[in-house]
Design a protein around this ligand. Sequence first.
Ligand SMILES: C[S@@+](CC[C@H](N)C(=O)[O-])C[C@H]1O[C@@H](n2cnc3c(N)ncnc32)[C@H](O)[C@@H]1O
Ligand code: SF4
Ligand code: SF4
Length: 418
Amino acid sequence: MSYPSNSSLLARAWRSLAQKGPLGLGRDVRDYTRWRLGSGTSHVADRPPLPLSNWDLNGQELRTLPETLRSKPILVYAEASTRCNLHCFMCRLSFPETTRRVRQNMSLETFAKLEPLLEPGSRLSLFGLGEPLMNPDFVEMLRIAKERDVFVGLNSNAMLLTEPIARAMVELQQDLLMISFSGGTKETYERVITGANYERVLANLRRFNEIKRSAISDQRSAVSDQQSAVSSQYSALDIEQVKPVLELQYTAMRDNLQEIPDAVRLAIDLRCAGMVVMPLTVVNPSLEEQSILDPELRSQLAAVSEAAREVAATASYPFDLQLPSLITHHPSLICHEPWQTFYVRDDGTVNCCCYSNRVLGDLKEQDALEVWNGELYRRFRARMRLEDKPAECRVCHKLCGGDEYDQRVDAEQFYDEL
Ligand SMILES: C[S@@+](CC[C@H](N)C(=O)[O-])C[C@H]1O[C@@H](n2cnc3c(N)ncnc32)[C@H](O)[C@@H]1O
Ligand code: SF4
Ligand code: SF4
């Protein structure tokens, strides 16, 4: 079995976040996280065992699914902002009935309350619904997280990827930056990513790469000044492998399906490590006609996928292309999110995943660890082990299979008591 390159491992790790995403269509947090290095189980027999990492402790606890956990979450979402500078026509935020009533930036005070949960090796998704770069405290949040050695990734539309923000991302070694790019031409891109400017986004991404390039050359000269023998390790660094690893995320729909190969070409030109193509989620009936799950589009998707793979193969480096399989989720008896995930909304209220709007705590009034093992999280875990699951889980793709988004999860009255 060939071992994936570092950049592709990072990208896969991030997909567990991006695919789970604020749309709620996701997979188990651990599915994509084989990239992790240095686990507590890799000690040599004659040495004392390393202390168990939070990751491993969580893995152990998943075997018995206790209501109270010794481990902390391995995936934390911090919804940096639910405000947005754009209004993409397929986004949940663009529909009044599915929109959060209040849109705001997460305060630094709320974000700081997450610190006790940020364990080395855990993942922080520094976005949720909305555009994270709208938050003026974004860089400070990134700094706090990276000081705690957390894997940080986020999705952005890149319109606000200014020079200072790009520099901060490179200097602080943000791990992954996924850019929403859902078109292969200016016309389609600007129609889907409604309100964006094609030229501006490309210019922002090229400048971001320039900043990465100069960081690599600084590293190289620092090393060769000190010890020329090891300088070759830096000369082997390619821009697509250097943090923040850049990727494109393409939301595929009827209108832009044909342009996937063009977007792959663009991604390679931008030295992205890969591109992930996600099928559009029908978050509102008006989007039904755009769904690529339509059987009519299957043969078209197959042909486009083949063409996209051919373009990906022309890259001079390993390009990680992920295309939709259309057979995404299978029914399941249990979902592990309540044992793994902690989703903090812009206002500090906590959900157990990106699909549920059930409030399990509030960081304005409680400590994060108090919420994680609080009564509501414990009751939620207990219900998940029973046949009678919480209301939102009974309609969730994670347990039911398929890719349906049930809009009832947006209505408060839908939620039963735990
Ligand atoms: C909700 S956005 C939030 C982050 C940021 N504003 C951005 O656009 O990257 C996260 C991702 O969801 C994608 N998305 C939005 N609406 C979608 C839908 N109905 N189905 C599938 N993906 C969608 C966006 O294209 C983006 O890549
Ligand atoms: S940029 Fe992101 S959050 Fe804003 S409307 Fe588009 S998909 Fe939604
Ligand atoms: S709603 Fe329930 S089943 Fe769906 S992801 Fe959340 S916890 Fe899991």
